[in-house]
Design a protein around this ligand. Structure first.
Ligand code: FAD
Length: 322
């Protein structure tokens, strides 16, 4: 096959982080190549996590709110307008120990599909889901994975949170500001969460617990209307009427690709330098949810995408000066 020319910047992933990095590096005349991912029935897909939701009301600049997919289509066309090139493929292998860096979208060849002087990793993260068929249909329609994002939509409603760790309790406590009742559904009879979070949740008059229970089914065609529960001790089934369900059983960053090459924390999140987007490999930068387990918002992902583009631009300047 004919080797393609080495790109100045390749951006892996096209969520808010990747597309913001693309807008900045395209406007810096670096002609970025964005490998945007491939449509899939599960979480990662071109446009990233906001493709899974409906109304986004907290992205600045949209006083009336904006639909997640529309926001991502706007970011995409903004990147294209300045000359970014977008390829609808998934990176399947990288080699960051050679320079130029090597990337494959097709594992069956020895030759890398693309080479680049710098790489921006913005492959995001995914919420761990229950694995129920109804989840694909109802996400963004009463089913959510983000209380900060969607809590506001559930004022005076009865809702439930699935999970038993710190983040599940944090979500439940936040949601109790809006909802009339929050039921925490937990498969065991004790929580993994820290004692202080447990106390806060147990003392909250709007929060109640359903122990030893798993969600077997989410009820509702177009919107969440309830759940069918199974008692893990005796197998008994019951139902709970709710208009909102929050899944809070954890997140997984999309970083399998980088194992052994980029430094990660114990949960697989990429480690970046303090207040910057640098990784342990010079010339490889990371931004967005793939390196952020704390804030996980579109605006913070976009902000860190901007940082990665500026860091890459400066790094490339020094690299070409040598
Ligand atoms: P992601 O959006 O996760 O994008 C990752 C990208 O990487 C995707 O394009 C994917 O296809 C690509 N990718 C992954 N692996 C590969 C690979 N091997 N090769 C190529 N590409 C790859 N935030 C808000 O601020 N407001 C909200 O209202 C809001 N609502 C939300 C509702 C839901 C249901 C969910 C799930 C999230 C919501 N969020 C919201 C959070 C927000 O979506 C994320 O914080 C944000 O999308 C993170 O951006 P990112 O660019 O880092 O990653």
């Amino acid at each position: 096959s004919v080797p393609t020319p080495t790109h100045e910047v390749i951006i892996i992933g096209s969520g808010p982080a990747g597309l913001t990095a693309a807008i900045y590096s395209a406007r810096a005349d670096l002609k970025p190549l964005i490998i945007e991912g491939e449509p899939s029935s599960t979480s990662d897909q071109p446009g990233g996590q906001l493709m899974l939701t409906t109304d986004v009301e907290n992205f600045p600049g949209f006083p009336e709110g904006v639909m997640g997919p529309d926001l991502m289509a706007n970011m995409r066309s903004q990147a294209l307008r300045f000359g970014a090139e977008i390829i609808t493929e998934k990176v399947s292998k990288v080699n960051f120990s050679n320079h130029p860096f090597e990337l494959w979208t097709n594992n069956s060849t020895d030759e890398p599909t693309y080479t680049a002087n710098s790489v921006i990793v913005s492959t995001g993260a995914r919420s761990i889901m229950l694995g129920l068929e109804a989840e694909n249909r109802l996400i963004g329609h009463g089913l959510s994975t983000c209380a900060t994002c969607d809590g506001f939509f559930f004022r005076d409603q009865e809702i439930a949170v699935v999970g038993g760790g710190d983040s599940a309790l944090e979500e439940a406590i936040f949601l109790s500001r809006f909802a009339s009742k929050v039921t925490i559904i937990h498969r065991r009879d004790e929580l993994r969460a820290s004692k202080i979070m447990q106390q806060r949740a147990l003392n909250n008059p709007k929060i109640s617990f359903l122990w030893n229970s798993t969600v077997e089914e989410i009820i509702g065609e177009e919107k969440v209307a309830g759940v069918t529960l199974c008692n893990t001790l005796n197998g008994e089934r019951s139902s709970l009427d709710i208009s909102g369900l929050f899944i809070a059983i954890g997140h997984r960053p999309n970083t399998d690709l980088f194992i052994g090459q980029l430094n990660m924390d114990e949960n697989g999140y990429l480690l970046t330098g303090a207040d910057q987007s640098t990784t342990n490999i010079e010339g490889v930068f990371a931004c967005g949810d793939v390196q952020d387990h704390k804030y996980r918002q579109a605006i913070t992902a976009a902000g860190s995408g901007c940082m990665a583009a500026l860091d890459a631009e400066r790094w490339l300047e020094n690299f070409h000066d040598k």
